[in-house]
Design a protein around this ligand. Sequence first.
Ligand code: SF4
Ligand code: SF4
Ligand code: SF4
Length: 270
Amino acid sequence: MAIAFVIDASKCNGCYNCQLACKDEHVGNDWTPYAAPQPEIGQFWMRVEEQVMGTIPKVRIHYLPRLCNHCEKAACMESCPAGAIHRREDGLVLIDPGKCTGCGACRDACPYGVIYMNAELHVAQKCTGCAHLLDHGSKMPRCVEACPTEAILFGEEKDLIDEIEGAQVWKPDTGLHPRVFYRNLPGTFIAGTLYDPEEKLIVEGARCLLSNGGKNWEAVTDSFGDFWFRDLPAGIYELLIQAKGFAPKRIYPIRNKNSINLGDIPLERE
Ligand code: SF4
Ligand code: SF4
Ligand code: SF4
């Protein structure tokens, strides 16, 4: 048996219910041997990450819930000199607060930054997958139950095969084989506004041709003079602009890493 979380980024509206539910379940509550109480401040076993792409006024905001990945090759577990971290048969990776010496080796070994040190109790802490609930009759962790849009799914991998198909993991190059899968991660965008500096008017209906490595995209400026290319991979792009009555314009290189607003682009009359 192997459990998995599947998070659909397109369904997350950033309400933070999952983050709050996790706090409600663990702050001040002693679930030893699964976990010692989480302190009131400083720890986020579930953390909703806000991703801002582009610049004003062309900005897109996305939300990604982040938690321990319960990795198949858990670096935290391998680094612990006290043998305090184990992977259960169901795949959940737990830190035993009774064995943890608070040395911090696991926090340093985890490339995802999801382990926190509890200075008062001298233990390392992180998401437990709400194993204390699962072992006592609950089918779902608190964060999953709390999500109003069903953006977070949890279950056995064999029951989530369709959802996991084509999904991505956080930092796949760590090689740790995370058990938290992300669907519909937002791609980047390139956008801008075309205008005629002589008439001080926006240019509607212009043809914008974008290319990168043999791939091509086409967009037409709208009634605000705006063009948008969405869901693009990162890379170096070339943009060609063709508008009736104006000289063609080429913009190169456009280095697109995390979305680009090219701003107001003047066109010269022919
Ligand atoms: S995400 Fe970090 S803390 Fe969680 S299992 Fe993987 S290595 Fe360990
Ligand atoms: S599974 Fe439980 S401990 Fe982990 S993030 Fe969700 S609510 Fe928090
Ligand atoms: S509860 Fe659901 S919709 Fe709200 S922030 Fe968490 S994952 Fe997103």
